[in-house]
Design a protein around this ligand. Sequence first.
Ligand SMILES: [Zn+2]
Length: 467
Amino acid sequence: MTASPPSRLVVRARRVFDGAAFVPAAVVVENGLVVAVLDEEAPVADAAELRVPADAVLLPGLVDSHVHVNEPGRTEWEGFGSATRAAAAGGVTTIVDMPLNSIPPTTTAAALEIKRAAAAASARVDVGFWGGAVPENLGGLAPLHEAGVYGFKCFLAPSGVDEFGHLDREQLRLAMGEVAALGSRLIVHAEDPELLGADGALGRGYDAFLASRPATSEASAIEAVIDAARATGARAHILHLSDARSLPAIRAARAAGVDLTVETCPHYLTIIAEEIPDGASEFKCCPPIREASNRDLLWQGIIDGTIDAIVSDHSPSTVDLKRAGDGDFGLAWGGISGLQVGLSAVWTEARERGIPLEAILPLFTAGPAAVAGLDAVGRIVPGAPAHLAVFAPDDVVHVDARELRHRNPISAYDGRVLTGRVRRTWLRGEVVFAADADAAGDAVAGAATGRLLARNGALVAVGEDAS
Ligand SMILES: [Zn+2]
């Protein structure tokens, strides 16, 4: 046990993000909760004081509703300890784990319990779980829903792992109907397998890979999702939108009353196909990173509010798998490792486009929280858990994949120079990352104080609290 922290903490800052803008404020934390948001210089008795420097801002802890942790079963790709250390270093205090790439996949209530047991031992930030909708469990999603998953993920094209099958169009409709009846949501990897190229070697050039996963494939699958959501009344979510030309269809569906949300990822907003070197398979992901003109349109979808969330789709593997086939884009594992750098990467690009920080912050906080139905997080308001982050928008970061805290030292962001750095992260009022004191930062990050979150509000205490 460490010494008891002061019972009350007040964090004062000239710029506190209130969900829409920066305001001067004093945030008072007690027993892990935000208990008051006061004027910046308001007196607070019996409290430890911390003042955020003038060159930094105070944010709610970020929410990343799309993370593949892979433990158990493929823990050598990524585990809860390493993933949540990376999250904390990126200002992320809540992640929602995807149901595939771990073994077993999260497609039964028993599998969810296995995942929870793995996470309980080592989570440094809070972890919730998505369930999976696969051909084998359609019609039987209720137990997983009751066990507390935030919704169900399905694929419309092969997922990349044999144990997590994809749904055909009829099965998609059945899954939508089932989640609608449960009051849950279906989150969809939208690529149409009929329009994808064949599996196998494609060579080291990026163009062949991009051509093998055309925008028409995303557009076709997104139309199918919209049709199924409209027919069933289900709440549906488009995962990792890459094809910006599908944004008008998404807008139109919403205008017609379809309950639909959409996310994109930092790599689609910051990287372009034209710049990806031959053999650089660390940039491979599905759907693929597309051309500069597409990226501009995605940014339009950010600015006009069509896109609800920016999430990492952190999907690591071992370096060997990521380099399989000596950088052959058809053979390498598809997935980007970027959990730790998402806000810095997107902010770097936003600033160059003249877009203010406060315009992108909702997409890292309340936006993804709403996608997952996590009502309590993503905002600094009385009663919310005291998940906070200090972000310095002008700090320069040279990304070195070997220094990132996720398990395998490979990342599409390696070598990038980014603007904006997370300096400190609190989980329930306790520091879980401190950039200015590496030793101390590592020491605090050693405590697995993350909690397991469940849709129905049940909190499962882990780490020290578990005894
Ligand atoms: Zn994913």
